[in-house]
Design a protein around this ligand. Structure first.
Ligand SMILES: NC(=O)c1ccc[n+]([C@@H]2O[C@H](COP(=O)([O-])OP(=O)(O)OC[C@H]3O[C@@H](n4cnc5c(N)ncnc54)[C@H](OP(=O)(O)O)[C@@H]3O)[C@@H](O)[C@H]2O)c1
Length: 331
């Protein structure tokens, strides 16, 4: 690394942001961490350099970008939905990119998601439009497209883990056959760090795949197996995605709109064309899928939702009945 350059991380308080900031601090980068709620963040972590940044509020952009060389963009509005989400995210990205041009920012690194050829969910479409808006600027922008990121605190991973640990059987609608290349959080952070330093002058978009392509159903099965559960597969080809979203919300306790959005993403085919970004770094040390899954499973699971709690009570009830029958000499 040459002379240290100031980095603004937009979305620093999020799941990816927290991991990235930890690495950049260890490496000694001068940082500025953007958040909509600086007072709250300073109260919780007063040693971190928080600055006000709300991409929906143009007055916050110039002060945050003053003297910045590299902008890492990790912002998204998962709780909004539909066409409103797509338009809102794209115009926020355009505003920020124009401000970055004004301030002579040298590099934008944007972590987005793969764009499925058919029927992208609104969330995935918003990711794609955000990338296009940033790459349309005069700032050299590298967009890295990750499918599900594995790590405790990643909302899509937390939902998948809850499903794998709570589903009584592997209910498999046709859309769970969608193919994807999930990636561990350490590899995502490594990919972003490489993009911050890459000498490219222009802009480009690259897939950031994990090392294995699996179906969403296989992923659920693997997570269950790693925690000692064998899930019997029950094909349910006609269950629509929206019903899967409601079921996932009940089972996990995740907000229903968010669960619908996450499940819609799970049902999209996100198979990468090849090694993508990693093709430029053939010697990069990447994490095997099962190792990334094990690392992500170490953290405690989320609190179960209403259905999850009822299901656990029922399972405990069956277990207790079996034990008392055995104690009484029954089978
Ligand atoms: N997690 C995954 O599985 C996954 C997979 C593929 C791609 N990605 C992409 O990776 C990026 C980061 O994801 P994540 O999982 O880390 O997200 P996250 O945990 O939900 O964090 C989102 C961040 O966005 C910030 N934010 C929201 N609205 C904002 C606004 N109007 N102005 C400024 N900041 C705003 C929040 O900061 P404050 O609340 O502090 O303002 C928060 O730090 C996103 O682009 C996402 O699409 C994630």
């Amino acid at each position: 690394m040459s002379a240290p350059r100031r980095v603004l991380v937009a979305g620093a308080s999020g799941f990816v942001g927290r991991h990235l900031v930890s690495r950049l601090r260890t490496e000694g980068w001068p940082l500025r961490l953007g958040t909509r709620v600086p007072d709250l963040r300073r109260r919780d972590t007063p040693w971190l350099p928080w600055v006000p940044l709300d991409v929906d509020r143009p007055d916050t952009l110039d002060p945050a970008l003053e003297g910045v060389d590299t902008l890492v963009y990790l912002v998204h509005h998962l709780h909004a939905h539909g066409p409103e989400l797509v338009a809102r995210e794209a115009s926020a990205a355009t505003r920020l990119a124009r401000a970055a041009e004004r301030h002579g920012v040298r590099r934008i690194v944007y972590l987005g998601a793969p764009a499925p050829a058919h029927h992208p969910s609104p969330h995935l479409l918003a990711r794609a439009r955000t990338g296009e808006a940033l790459r349309a600027s005069r700032v050299s922008t590298l967009e890295l497209r990750a499918a599900m990121i594995l790590g405790a605190g990643s909302q899509s991973w937390d939902l998948l883990r809850d499903l794998a640990l709570r589903l009584p059987v592997l209910a498999a609608p046709a859309w769970l056959g969608a193919r994807t290349a999930p990636i561990g959080i350490d590899d995502v952070v490594q990919g972003i760090a490489l993009a911050m330093d890459h000498p490219a002058r222009g802009s480009g978009a690259y897939d950031l795949p994990g090392p294995e392509v699996v179906t969403a159903a296989e992923l659920v099965r693997r997570v269950a197996a790693l925690s000692g559960r064998t899930l019997v597969r029950v094909p349910l080809p006609l269950v629509p995605v929206w019903a899967g979203g409601h079921g996932a919300a009940l089972l996990s306790g995740v907000d229903p709109a968010l669960a619908r959005s996450l499940v819609a993403g799970l049902g999209c085919d996100l198979e990468p064309a090849g090694d993508g970004w990693w093709g430029l770094f053939p010697d990069a040390d990447r994490t095997a899928l099962d190792d990334a899954l094990r690392a992500a499973m170490v953290a405690p699971r989320a609190t179960p939702g209403a259905f999850g709690r009822a299901w656990e009570r029922a399972v405990r009830g069956v277990g207790a009945t079996r034990v008392s029958r055995r104690a009484a000499g029954g089978r």
